[in-house]
Design a protein around this ligand. Structure first.
Ligand code: BG6
Length: 466
């Protein structure tokens, strides 16, 4: 059955940071591509006029997108603004009026999760949830129990198929390409298992600090902020079995099954770090024990990945901003070759951002009498200039009822189950200097065979054949 398209877009938290940085730019792009021509209603407590709200939209587009005046004019025709307190029934009456004849709004809750229940109840009481959809942002809870509570609250008003949980990593083009590349190339798919793969590393490095989000970060830390969600979803995309059909639930099933098989972490699987200077950031406790860096070793208990460690390293104030995956193949020492150590040159490197690169590390014989080789990279690359932003893709998908790229509750619960034993201060915290690859303990305790791969600021090395 084809899902009905949402006939209005209502976003709560319309004057907030997420709306400013992500939602208006995504709406501009959706309107430009002809994917959004329904009323767009912003809701927030601030007492703005519609004109002031339109100016805010314009500022957002000028600062966070390529401003397109024609599309902005179209957007202005669609924009409405409702000012009100989320706890007051009259706010929802105003929303109902603004909806006009629309019956199936897509509601985006770009607000703190503690208000989800209040807003969902307000919408229900004013007759705004029948046929409606709801988008919520990570974090989906703070641990397994709170994630379940949050889910219970949403389910009081919305059935599962109407709930869209955004993890924007799933909406990234290069993350989707990880899946496509593997299953579209039988040669790679055939090698994708513990017989051939020694280890997988994912580095999510950012060369900036908490960028004014100290208060938020104190509640989160690197594990809750990016490991429990983005990093585990990337592992799921890399390691899952092939979905059984094109149906969107089939993709969620495949990711869900993989996450179910990820072993629950123990303290010995993690090293936590905090960059020097973090405690002086506004909103941060001067004695904070919150980690801004984590190096983690995951294991997957299934036949395909038996014994293959998946290493994740994520942190702020590292030397470069990039997310890169390194899949190392097992060494096969050969009596004819005397340089077996360097046979480690066999790998796949997937750079997911800011540039997109797929590279195969391989060895070729050096010209000469000896059977000696050299490492080269074969690179498939493109500069992601016109790439669709994840929010653009995800808002469009939600409006059309396609949930493939959204986190399902079973995956969310598995992810909390996996990280729960190492949340908080269960493990020591080590300081590191900004602009380094985290605390030295990360490289001495959680060590991939062959060491960590530190992504290069340059996405393509000089020994590459493109
Ligand atoms: C967000 C985190 O979910 O992802 C941020 O809250 C992080 O701390 C961001 O910086 C990274 O996203 P991207 O798309 O820039 O890699």
């Amino acid at each position: 059955m084809t899902a009905l398209v949402s006939d209005a877009f209502v976003f709560f938290g319309a004057t907030g940071d997420l709306a400013f940085k992500k939602i208006f730019p995504a709406l501009q792009s959706l309107i430009r591509r002809g994917r959004m021509h329904v009323p767009i209603i912003g809701v927030a407590i601030d007492n703005l006029s519609l004109d002031q709200f339109k100016t805010r939209a314009r500022n957002s587009l000028e600062q966070h997108a390529q401003f397109d005046s024609a599309t902005y004019e179209t957007m202005c025709q669609q924009l409405k603004y409702v000012s009100g307190d989320y706890r007051e029934p009259e706010t929802y009456q105003k929303i109902r009026t603004a909806l006009g004849t629309a019956q199936r709004p897509l509601n985006y809750l770009a607000i703190t999760p503690s208000l989800f229940g209040t807003v969902a109840e307000g919408l229900a009481k004013s007759g705004c949830v029948h046929g409606a959809r709801v988008i919520v942002e990570k974090p989906f809870g703070r641990d397994l129990e709170s994630a379940r509570d949050l889910n219970r609250i949403l389910h009081e008003y919305f059935p599962e198929e109407s709930i869209f949980r955004i993890d924007h990593y799933l909406g990234k083009e290069p993350v989707q390409n990880l899946i496509y590349y593997r299953f579209a190339n039988p040669l790679i798919d055939a090698a994708w298992n513990s017989r051939n793969i020694e280890s997988v590393q994912i580095t999510m490095a950012e060369n900036f600090g908490v960028a004014g989000r100290g208060k938020f970060y104190e509640e989160a830390g690197a594990i809750r902020d990016v490991v429990q969600n983005h990093m585990l979803q990337v592992i799921a995309c890399l390691a899952m079995e092939c979905p059984v059909s094109q149906d969107h639930e089939a993709r969620r099933d495949a990711r869900g099954k993989l996450l179910e098989a990820v072993r629950t972490l123990k303290p010995a699987d993690i090293v936590r770090g905090q960059f020097q200077g973090y405690r002086n950031e506004p909103g941060v406790n001067p004695a904070s024990q919150v980690e801004t860096f984590a190096a983690v070793r995951f294991m997957i208990d299934n036949a395909r990945w038996d014994g293959v460690p998946f290493f994740v390293r994520a942190g702020k104030c590292l030397p470069v901003t990039t997310t890169e995956v390194m899949v190392r193949f097992k060494r096969r020492p050969h009596p004819m070759l005397d340089d077996s150590e360097s046979l480690r040159a066999n790998y796949y490197r997937f750079r997911l951002s800011p540039q997109v690169v797929i590279a195969l590390g391989t060895k070729v014989k050096k010209v000469g009498e000896l059977m000696k080789g050299e490492a080269i990279e074969l690179v498939a690359t493109h500069q992601a200039v016109d790439e669709m932003d994840p929010y653009d893709r995800l808002l469009g998908d939600a409006a059309f009822g396609d949930a493939a790229l959204f986190a399902r509750q079973d995956s969310v619960e598995s992810s909390w189950r996996i990280v729960e034993p190492i949340l908080g201060n269960m493990t020591p915290l080590h300081e590191y200097e900004p602009n380094t690859w985290g605390p030295p303990e990360a490289t001495s305790t959680i060590i991939p065979d062959g060491g960590w791969h530190d992504p290069d600021p340059q996405p393509v090395s000089s020994s590459s054949a493109t």
